[in-house]
Design a protein. Structure first.
Length: 317
């Protein structure tokens, strides 16, 4: 790690989201009319990088993204939007042979819940060469944010590189692979941040109560991670590491769209940790970022400004 300004690197997926809003999410075999639709930047890697970039407008951190996009119009659109968020794209490679990733999203206008289908495209063509090309960023990063919308073997290699350079590695285990995470990956993770369904997939326990969340967190730590942050949706957040544990109650907001709440959460967590906050403090900031993201429509564009996060934190003390 080097430089006076901490670098937060996201190694992950870049998608364009096609989002339709409807009165409810269709059941299998059902066709429904959408109230509206829009096309925007998405993908967990780019969402987390964009959210970090937006926070970095007012904070002394830098945001960068490593991954792959196609050379199609969606890839051009993704690059343009990420640059608008202030994200360093020197390690985002163009793939002339594979289309940019695409996500098809249905949002329930009543509850704000969503259903997502992802076509990985160029994301699934990422190789170790993409990590090699981003070596300077991996060496400089204070925090590495990982997700699982890339080939898992590349996520494992990225974690190794970051740990060797002394970075803090945060894994958003989404989507959880069939059969779970590779055994070699667990000890490379400093902080894992599963939501309710991911916690159930990983340890067979749904975190419906703080007691459940504490048990699940302990099980994840026993697999080799240093710390666990269990995102319990509207119930709040449970954090746990070798020094302690605690519960962050939910912030009171009016949710309209939960699409990128988890990504904004992780961006807030990474940013706070890069600035020297402890896990409890960083988790509270992350929870505020995630809560504010639900009050806006869309994915990357739903990420909050730091001034709004700070205001929510002040008003919720």
């Amino acid at each position: 790690m080097s430089g006076a300004t901490p670098l937060i690197l996201s190694f992950g997926s870049v998608n364009i989201d096609v989002t339709a809003r409807a009165r409810h999410i269709p059941k299998p075999g059902q066709t429904i009319h959408a109230e509206s639709y829009f096309i925007a930047l998405g993908g967990k890697g780019s969402n987390q990088a964009a959210a970090t970039g937006r926070l970095a407008r007012s904070l002394p951190v830098r945001a960068a993204l490593a991954g792959r996009v196609g050379t199609d119009p969606f890839g051009i659109q993704a690059r343009k939007k990420l640059l608008e968020f202030g994200v360093d794209l020197t390690a985002l490679r163009d793939d002339p042979d594979t289309p940019t990733g695409l996500a098809l999203i249905i949002v329930d206008d009543t509850s704000g819940e969503n259903s997502i289908t992802v076509a990985g495209g160029a994301n699934m063509a990422v190789t170790i060469a993409d990590i090699d090309d981003a070596d300077a960023l991996f060496s400089a990063a204070s925090v590495l944010m990982l997700q699982l919308e890339l080939p898992v073997y590349t996520v494992l290699e990225a974690a190794k590189r970051a740990k060797q350079a002394g970075a803090t590695v945060i894994l958003d285990p989404a989507p959880v692979p069939e059969g779970g995470l590779p055994a070699q990956l667990w000890p490379l993770i400093d902080i894992i941040t599963p939501n309710e369904s991911e916690t159930l997939s990983l340890v067979g326990l749904a975190p419906e109560t703080t007691e459940d969340a504490a048990r699940a967190a302990a099980m994840l730590i026993n697999r080799g991670v240093r710390a666990t942050v269990v995102k319990m949706g509207a119930r709040g957040v449970w954090w746990q590491d070798e020094t302690g544990s605690g519960f962050i109650p939910p912030f009171t907001v009016t949710a309209v769209d939960t699409v990128a709440a988890g990504d904004c959460f992780n961006a807030g967590l990474a940013t706070s940790l890069a600035l020297g906050q402890n896990l409890a403090e960083a988790t509270r900031v992350a929870a505020a970022c995630g809560a504010l993201a639900t009050t806006r429509y869309g994915a990357a564009q739903a990420s909050p400004e730091w001034e709004d996060v700070a205001a929510l934190l002040r008003h919720s003390t």
